[in-house]
Design a protein around this ligand. Sequence first.
Ligand SMILES: N[C@@H](CCC(=O)N[C@@H](CS)C(=O)NCC(=O)O)C(=O)O
Length: 187
Amino acid sequence: MAQLEIPFQAEWIDVRNGESRACHYLEINPNGTLPFLVLDDGRTIGESNAMLWHLAAGSPLFPQSSYEEAMAIEWMIIEQTQLAQNISSARYFASIASHRRAAIADKFNQWLEHGHEGLTRLNRHLASQDFVAGDAYTIADIALYGFTHVADEGDFDMSLYPAIRRWITRVSTMPNYRPMDEILIAA
Ligand SMILES: N[C@@H](CCC(=O)N[C@@H](CS)C(=O)NCC(=O)O)C(=O)O
């Protein structure tokens, strides 16, 4: 939204203390999940990739050909099935609730193993092109960037993925890029 200069207000819900399952949040989103977008007219969208699709429609951040659109869908599905789940779980227990990590050691190793499979696939893809859906920066890059750029906080050794690291620098230097902690401070 910052990159498209769409005004927005962010409200932070702390999943660590159960706020996402508290009554006041369930009244907004009965599914209790984050992120959650409430539009000006009250309609809502509850999946990050659907939000990107809606917000970027008709803008330069939307894939410009049907092939690029297919590439964006392909990689946004990979983001949900191979990357986000594994990286976010490993990151949570490595950096946020690290005192509970020993108790889930087997699961943690599975997240690492499957997350590395996804990162290897993404690294191979980005070795031959600048952006996820082709030559242009699109919502597919924004979707994939989310957890990939903090994967080191989940104990993923990112030195294994030079093409991903170059792409992370490319994405973070796009016009109007705003890091998450800056948005957090402003909220
Ligand atoms: N697939 C969803 C992610 C949903 C999800 O798992 N969100 C987590 C945080 S990243 C959550 O809501 N956790 C709190 C809870 O389940 O109470 C998306 O991409 O928007």
